[in-house]
Structures are given as C-alpha cells and as structure tokens.
Design a protein around this ligand. Structure first.
Ligand code: SF4
Length: 371
C-alpha cells in the first residue's frame, strides 16, 4: 500500500469513531470545544480534513501551539539590535526570518546586510562559531519543551569545546503555564485539550495532570495521523459527555507517562523556570526558561545587554486573540487579503505551523466553526 493510503480497516475504524462521536455529542446536548496546543496538530487536523467531517457541535480551536507565533515583538526587536552589530552572526530556525517585530523582520535585516544564517538545530551554530572566532555567534533560542533540551545540549557542547563566542538569545517557553492562563480566562471556553505529542515526549503525561485535578478538564495526548487524531477527539468527547475528566495517552507508541527523563535532566541542568512574555497572552509566571547562573556566560543578554523600546504598531492583526482561541483567522479582516504567507501582516501567518497559515493553506473553503 502506498504511504498515506488508507486501508479498509482504517476506513471502517474511522467510520465507527465518527458514529460514536456523533452519538456522544447528542448525549452531551451542547457543543464541545476542544483546543489543540500544538502547531503540528493544527496543520495535521486541516490536512486530514477533520474539521469538515466532524459534527458541527465539535468545535476545534487552536491555541498557542506555535513557538514562533508566541514570540513577542520585544524579542525580535532585540534580535534585530544584535543583528545590526557588524561583529555578530545570528543563527536561527527558518520560521523566524519573516516574523515582524515592531521595527521590521530578520529577513529585512539580512537584506540590509546583517549576517543571519538559517540552521536546523542549535548544534549547527557551533561549527559557525568555531570557524568565526572574531565574531559573536548568537542562536535565537525559541521553542517549547520539545526544543529546550537540544538548546541546553548546544550550550553544554560549546562549553566542552571551549567556544567563547557562542551565545543564546534565550527565550524557550513551557506549555502547561500557558494552558492554565487560558483556563483562568473566562473568555476562552475550552472543554478539553488535544495535548501536544512532541512536548509530551519530553514532559510525559504527568505534566498535564493539573487539567483534571485543578480544572476538571480532560486531556488526551495525540499523535499526528488522522486516525490517531480522531481517536483522541473521540476520547475527549467521551470524557466530556460522561463528566469523567482524565489524562489519557493516545500516542503510547511514542509518549511514556514519565516522558524522557534524560532530556529533562539536560534541560534542568542548564535552565530554570522564569516568567516569560508571550505574544497575545502577556507575561505568564514561570512559563519560560532562563539560563542558570552557572551557564549565564552563554546568555547574550547577560554578557552584552541591549535595550529596546517597542515602537507602538497600528495593526488590525488579531493574532493575540487567535492564539487564545478567542477569534479565528476569518475574524481578522486582513486574512487572505492584506495578510497571506507571501506578505504576512502577523506571525500566525508566517510560520508553517501558524494558525492563520494553516487556515489559509488548507481551509479557505467551508468551515464547521467560525462562520
Ligand atoms: S490573518 Fe494575518 S493579520 Fe490577521 S490575525 Fe492572522 S496573522 Fe494577524
């Protein structure tokens, strides 16, 4: 069978799950709002066409699951400040290039002559630092729990290799505190969460136990194949209908309850929790990671701080509300017109995992939610 082709068994199972979801939603007697907090899930759900085939009472909303999208203007502004220094090489994941700060983007800075290089892993920055001893090589360290261990490992490797010119502009973020913020916000109504498979590989399911314990909400760790997503949605609707919130793992072939303790140990050795600014969500207590004192010599903000004053922007971009699940891209008057991937007006359209980019690429047709 060709990759991606569905077997007869898969189709039968999908039909059974759909029938069960439809039955349970009737039992519920009200719409059920489920949020995904993983950009890859957002894209996978669109790609599988699940929004179009689920009953309209199952509302799928997207949360702050794309690390690039939640990176605030102030971070990009600081990166631009460093990029303007002739002795600096910035290394970054490609998604960051077009994210607008308050004074422009990294790709615009590169066009003006800044040395900005795309890397696929934080570790790729180390050879660049070794080959350019007269330069300061600064990796733009954004990401969630998924990426933080690799960033921490890059710092450890730099120390081992005696690299004195490798630094981080460090801003990794933690997903659970952002979920708590959304649940504490009376405007964002969420009945259950499709939990991020990649993040859970590191954190394990334990990190999400606060959902049923503190908020009475279910969560299901989901994989990325259509059937895995459908099964996770079915489980969430079932728990919501029965009023029995739990954390379940529908991605057991990859995610263990305890997660990856070795990756967490690397992360914990280098980083400690700190308050962090999220685009659209504001400052969230203990939702970020900062380098511990013993690793602070790799923190460019500690070694050579820059001070930026955000330039107020007049923009109709509603990314902040989109990231909180309080608006859909179609509620934004710029969507698909003044804002498209080729010339994005906001970060949610820039990243391939951004909600607006996913709606634009896969979902400009009919939607079951948001009008
Ligand atoms: S469509 Fe563009 S301008 Fe509108 S919310 Fe999304 S990213 Fe912002």
């Amino acid at each position: 069978m060709a990759a991606g082709e569905k077997s007869g068994d898969d189709r039968t199972l999908a039909r059974q799950l759909m029938a069960e979801i439809t039955r349970l939603i009737k039992e519920c007697g009200r719409p059920v709002r489920l949020m995904e907090v993983c950009g890859t899930h957002t894209v996978a759900i669109f790609r599988a066409g699940l929004r179009q085939v689920l009953p309209p009472e199952v509302e799928l909303i997207s949360g702050p699951g794309c690390p690039v999208c939640v990176t605030p203007d102030s971070y990009i502004d600081a990166a631009l400040c460093y990029g303007a220094m002739p002795e600096v090489i910035l290394t970054t994941f490609g998604d960051m290039l077009k994210v607008p700060g308050s004074t422009g983007s990294l790709s615009e800075a590169a066009a003006r002559g800044a040395d900005v290089r795309v890397v696929y892993s934080p570790l790729d920055s180390l050879p660049i630092a070794a080959e350019n001893p007269d330069k300061l090589v600064i990796f733009l360290a954004v990401g969630f729990e998924t990426t933080a261990p690799a960033i921490a490992a890059s710092v450890m490797a730099a120390k081992e290799r005696g690299l004195k010119n490798f630094f981080l502009l460090s801003a990794p973020k933690l997903v659970p505190p952002a979920m708590k913020l959304l649940l504490d916000d009376p405007v964002t109504q969420v009945d259950g969460f499709l939990l991020p498979g990649h993040v859970a590989v590191v954190t394990g399911t334990e990190a999400f136990m606060f959902l049923p314990r503190e908020y009475g909400r279910p969560g299901v760790v989901a994989g990325f194949e259509p059937l895995e997503l459908l099964r996770a949605i079915y489980r969430l609707v079932k728990m919501t209908a029965a009023g029995t919130p739990r954390i379940e793992n529908a991605y057991g072939r990859v995610v263990r309850p305890e997660g990856n303790p070795a990756a967490r140990a690397v992360m914990d050795a280098v980083y400690e929790p700190t308050d962090a600014d999220w685009r659209g969500l504001g400052r969230i207590p203990r939702s970020g990671l900062r380098l511990r004192d013993s690793w602070r010599l790799f923190d460019i903000m500690a070694v050579r701080p820059v001070h930026t004053t955000p330039v107020p922007k007049v923009t109709a971009c509603r990314c902040g509300e989109v990231l909180k699940g309080q608006a859909t891209p179609r509620d934004c008057r710029l969507f698909g017109d003044a804002c498209v991937p080729e010339h994005a007006a906001g970060p949610c359209m820039v990243s391939v995992e951004g909600v607006c980019a996913a709606w634009y690429k896969y979902g400009r047709g009919a939607f079951q939610y948001g009008g």
